[in-house]
Write a new protein. Structure first.
Length: 159
């Protein structure tokens, strides 16, 4: 089974959204055989990736950074989407952090990088804004020698 993981921004500008969707779809269309998709199901790139993975018949593995992870969802609709995706996951990995901290997010990203064959990064190429951000996880994965596919629309800056 091929394992594809994701790291990415929570906020994707509207002018990059279609490009991101098409980039992720292309990866799943090109994947041969069965696929396991690893995601923390965060708002933004993680949830988009999980939705598209399920639409393409992949098995979803939810990587939950902390015991209070649900508290980090500010909007009721985002929490509901998280819960729906989590319920559709065939596997769940719950990390041993009580609270959603930067360290917990970094550990979740590292777990995904450690356990995938390819990492998709919905990333503008800029440094992480805090420990465990997309730039940190891309660097971690590349240091492992993990193939990283960056999906972003040129010329678009994250807000």
């Amino acid at each position: 089974m091929k394992r594809i993981g994701v790291t990415g921004h929570r906020s994707i500008p509207p002018e990059a959204h279609t490009h991101v969707l098409e980039g992720i779809r292309a990866v799943f269309r090109a994947a041969e055989g069965s696929v396991e998709a690893l995601s923390s199901l965060a708002v933004g790139a993680d949830q988009i990736f999980a939705d598209l993975a399920l639409a393409h018949g992949a098995e979803l593995t939810a990587v939950i950074p902390s015991g209070d992870y649900e508290a980090c969802f500010d909007e009721a609709a985002d929490l509901a989407r998280y819960r729906t995706l989590r319920a559709r996951a065939v596997r769940e990995v719950r990390l041993d952090f009580a609270h959603s901290t930067d360290e917990a997010y970094y550990a979740a990203g590292a777990y995904i990088a450690d356990h995938c064959d390819r990492l998709l990064a919905v990333w503008d190429g800029r440094p992480a804004r805090g420990l465990g951000g997309t730039g940190d996880i891309v660097t971690y994965a590349r240091n492992l020698g993990r193939p990283v596919t960056v999906i972003w629309r040129d010329g678009v800056e994250r807000g």
